[in-house]
Design a protein. Sequence first.
Length: 39
Amino acid sequence: MLHNGLSEHWKKCRLLFKRSKAACTWLCDSIKNGLPRQH
């Protein structure tokens, strides 16, 4: 149902979201791991 351009754009968006989500998770983990050392 989707146009080719739109479906490709959607794939890119999902890829980007997955990547940013992974980066966010890594960032959150590193912050959590760094908290005890800072206090």
